[in-house]
Ligand binder design. Sequence first.
Ligand SMILES: Cc1cc2nc3c(=O)[nH]c(=O)nc-3n(C[C@H](O)[C@H](O)[C@H](O)COP(=O)(O)O)c2cc1C
Ligand code: SF4
Length: 604
Amino acid sequence: MTSAKLQQASAEILKRYPQNQKRSALLPLLFLAQEERGYLSPESLEEIAHLLEMRPTDVWETASFYTMFHFRPMGRCHIEVCHNLSCTLLGAESLLDVLKGRLQIREGETTPDGRFSLGTAECLAACDGAPVVQVNGYHYGPLNRSQLEELLEGFARGELPERYRYQPWAGPPSRGPEPVNTFERILHQHLLDPSYDGRIEAYLERGGYQALPKAVREYRPSEIIEMVKRSGLRGRGGAGFPTGVKWGFVPKDPGIPKYLLCNADEGEPGTFKDRELLERDPHQVLEGIIIASYAIGSETSYIYLRGEFLEAVAILERALQEAYAHGFLGKKILGSDFNLDVYLHRGAGAYICGEETALIESLEGKRGEPRIRPPFPAVKGLYQCPTVVNNVETLCNIPHIIVRGPKWFASMGTPKSTGTRVFSVSGHVRRPGNYELPLNATLRQLIYEHAGGILDDRRIKAIIPGGSSAPTLTADHLDVGLDFESLAAAGSMGGSGAVIVLDETTCMVKVGEVINRFYHHESCGQCTQCREGTAWLHKILKRIEDGRGQMADLEVLKDVCRNMKGQTICVLSDSAAMPTESYMHYFREEFEAHIQQGRCPFRA
Ligand SMILES: Cc1cc2nc3c(=O)[nH]c(=O)nc-3n(C[C@H](O)[C@H](O)[C@H](O)COP(=O)(O)O)c2cc1C
Ligand code: SF4
């Protein structure tokens, strides 16, 4: 990119951030420079440093934190195979073998003619399309070996074929009889209509943007917060914290800027619901953001979007333009005194940036390293100002609470886990996908009535009920409720709402190896327990899986897990240790069999 071009683009980009926060423009500028040349050259880094008045070493140090930035030319066709849990369960390793064989390169390499480079990716939030392959940012799946070979021929001709492109609403080809009760959507009912295109007219036709005028004309911000408290809504991002209570922590002082950040970084393995909400119903997300901003007194809001969600960028940009054109964003919204600007900010491939304080650091143009709390973001968050971070799905609930009332919302689910939740179901089920159910539904209902039961009628071995960070449950837990309390009482957690189902053919040592490879890769490295602990868990589990383990390893694993919990800046460390402990608790005999037989008993 020529200097003039970058300079021109940077002037536009800088308008999204406060004047004294130029560094926030770092990630967008790095993306621009990379798009132009295919990689980040030392000259581009210097140029960006100059534009943002930063030291080149700081630009380099930050850029190198994010996996989406490349510092050497990649193949013109850059292929990455997702090797996280749901994709591994459905054959990702075999796809990687096909590519290695056909391209004659290993992971991290480029073909001598510069046409192809090969890599692996962590969960791409497309698990109902598993196994998934990412090619120049676009997602393909579900794929088998011959479909991949067919695609490869297209790539070789320089095409990015539409065939086999992953679409969040399409679902995989039916793998068995249709389930009795496919969907039960309550808040997201219009997504059942295949003709719904998510444009503003379609949203308005289905009752969209009715909550916003009601909120700004009929209620004071404090009354909105009270309504959300009464609804009992709890965050859908992972921790399940009561949303209204969180909003209530924001100081009322009108002199300080406040920020509402929509967490659209969706990275928890197994989770792909936010992606569907963003791509299919962007205005519902925006309406939630606008009302939440009104409630906490924010005049600037950012959607921190996962870097890999290329389709969502275009969809959200168009939705933002439509919302401004209709007077739902901008100055004096719907004739009130309320002003709000919403901007899109793309992450760049770091799972940890979904953690709210890491997200804030990243938005400030830094490495996504979680902050020590207190102070909590509600008091000192983005640019040291009061900030609320809310998940996409959490925000989607807000318009419904305003229009239909907190009592209606609280009448669904259980007394402590009210409303509905969108569950992302993947793994060995016949019909993986997103299912919205009231929170008093059970795992059995979700898996058998909605996701169609288990592939080939096999038996369930394990159910991971809240994303890969959640301790596993077993077939004995099928009647456990999906609410936060029931899952906690059963020894696990609701987490991100991702339910990964593993059948009797699954090797739990392999599952442990895969998830710990992920956590080790994603640890930001600030805390010794996490940085070293995740490395050791992965190393030992790989050793056992490869048939080189010893009985003493099992005690070491337990000891490492014990030392990783409750001691670190954020809970990524616990997220690796807790599931590992649960695999050893329920399936210890499998670990022992690997060691005794000197091989994985599940491999042919
Ligand atoms: C390692 C880690 C990753 C996380 N990733 C996400 C994420 O991708 N999306 C999300 O909404 N929350 C994620 N969270 C939770 C956020 O820190 C935060 O609790 C959430 O965005 C708050 O929104 P809510 O109250 O609406 O749930 C993550 C937390 C941790 C510890
Ligand atoms: S627990 Fe891990 S990811 Fe979280 S701050 Fe510490 S090192 Fe970073």
